[in-house]
Design a protein around this ligand. Structure first.
Ligand SMILES: [Zn+2]
Length: 471
């Protein structure tokens, strides 16, 4: 009996609520002449926000660098801090903030607004927090150590390319809780979003798929992308940051699927050997080839390799023993493979030139450079993908471009057609560990993505069945 009465009471309360709601809805319609169109306003806000983001995207730039060999100065210069600002920045980091020991792999990032330095963050790999310097009118205004409690979480993202990889990631990969408010309110939030997507894209295009996909030529509308990655979640200030990619798949609209699985391993058997991060196909074959596909992150081939062509400045016909990449001044130039710098300086028509000697009798050359990377010299050993300088227009050059050439045993070869051997595949215990790890990752990934992810079709040779006949 008591129970039934309670049910009636609940129904009455709900009825009352509905009546009150109807009353208010009606009265608000009456008091405002035109009905208030909620959707239209949302659209207007969305439009305004997108316009703001476009403006901000044009004006905010984030540069990152990694400390190699424990040399802070080189990393500070690499993110564009030079002159008096360079000295005061290093002083603040070392003396005022007490960051005395830098380790290989510590990272720096600088946020520029309309070309003006606004903020620098230094992330020591062995600490949870980071050092932050804020700049006002190009001089340091405040600095602090920001302690951080950090959680690591996994996220799966998928998208289809409709214009560029950047746009696809921008639309699908920004986490809901990137900032405390959950939405991008101001330019600081937007620069965080740009930084986040930049890091994700860089990891994808400049590291994972750098050997397999030419993101300038190969990308087509309709291509699909799946990424499994880790994020750093900082509960104290309610922010999220990109950490690293665990696996990625890229499906071409015209068929074909590229996959990349990063894997930490020790290339030399010796216990003391350095543990490095490499990228592999699902069977443990290395994604790394001896040389990169391109020595610049993006660029248009303005002149290919030929044995005879008209020289644009000299006028007469002569061979072009290399490939020209038209890229904006200041674009990073990478060493295409591990090797030793054998020349670094001015060489008449080449302007600023670097030559690198590689294994198996190869030598690569990079001409018309605007400048060289800090902390390298003739005799320096550079790793594949390491920045050696920047695109310019020095020497006999009609505009900013990189003249890139490759020699084998002293004679010029066409870098575009030279068949390049892949790096060593995984084997033995490392291959077993890789396969186990990959299985776990794929299971987690399918679960997070809510679907079974595609795997490349392996073309199996038709099996020849030999019928056994009893005799
Ligand atoms: Zn050239």
């Amino acid at each position: 009996m008591l129970r039934q009465r309670r049910n009636w009471a609940a129904v009455l309360v709900i009825l009352a609520a509905v009546v009150i709601m109807l009353f208010f809805t009606k009265s608000s319609e009456e008091s405002i002449g035109n009905s208030w169109n909620f959707n239209e306003d949302i659209q207007a806000i969305e439009l305004c926000r997108n316009e703001m983001l476009t403006v901000v995207a044009d004006t905010v730039e984030v540069f990152s660098s990694t400390i190699g060999d424990g040399f802070l100065g080189g990393a500070v210069r690499d993110i564009g801090i030079t002159g008096g600002l360079y000295l005061s920045t290093c002083e603040i980091l070392i003396d005022s903030l007490g960051w005395n020991v830098q380790r290989m792999g510590d990272t720096l990032s600088a946020i520029y607004n309309r070309g003006e330095l606004g903020e620098l963050r230094a992330y020591p790999g062995n600490r949870r927090g980071f050092y932050r310097i804020l700049y006002t009118e190009s001089s340091p205004s405040s600095w602090e150590y920001v302690p951080q409690e950090r959680w690591i979480r996994q996220r799966a993202v998928s998208c289809e390319i409709s214009t560029t990889v950047w746009a696809a990631l921008w639309d699908s990969a920004i986490p809901d809780d990137l900032t405390e408010s959950g939405i991008l309110l101001n330019s600081r939030d937007s620069s965080r979003a740009i930084g986040y997507i930049s890091e994700l894209q860089k990891a994808l295009t400049d590291r994972l798929f750098i050997y397999d996909i030419d993101f300038y030529y190969d990308v087509q509308v309709g291509d699909k992308l799946w990424i499994l990655f880790e994020e750093n979640r900082y509960p104290m200030d309610g922010e999220t940051g990109f950490r690293r990619i665990l696996a990625a798949k890229y499906q071409f609209v015209y068929g074909g699927l590229a996959e990349a699985f990063p894997f930490f391993h020790r290339p030399d058997e010796a216990e003391s050997a350095e543990i490095i991060l490499d990228h592999y196909h699902r069977d443990g074959a290395s994604l790394r080839t001896m040389f990169l596909k391109m020595p610049v992150p993006f660029g248009r081939i303005s002149s290919g390799f030929s044995t005879a062509r008209q020289h644009p400045i000299l006028g007469y016909t002569r061979a072009h023993h290399g490939i020209d990449y038209a890229s904006p001044t200041g674009t990073e130039i990478y060493a295409i493979g591990d090797g030793t710098i054998t020349f670094r300086g001015w060489n008449s028509g080449y302007g600023n030139l670097i030559r690198v000697r590689h294994a198996n009798g190869y030598e690569s050359g990079y001409g018309h450079m605007n400048g060289f990377a800090a902390s390298q010299a003739v005799g320096s050993y550079v790793r594949q993908g390491e920045i050696i300088g920047y695109v310019g227009s020095t020497g006999l050059s009609t505009g900013p471009h990189l003249h890139f050439e490759l020699k084998k045993n002293g004679s010029y070869v066409n870098p575009a057609t030279e068949i390049l051997p892949p790096a060593d595949p995984l084997d033995g215990a490392e291959l077993e560990r890789f396969l186990t790890e990959m299985e776990v990752i794929e299971a987690q990934w399918s679960m997070l993505a809510g679907m079974v992810l595609p795997i490349p079709e392996v073309t199996v040779e038709p099996e020849v069945i030999v019928e056994e006949t009893d005799q």
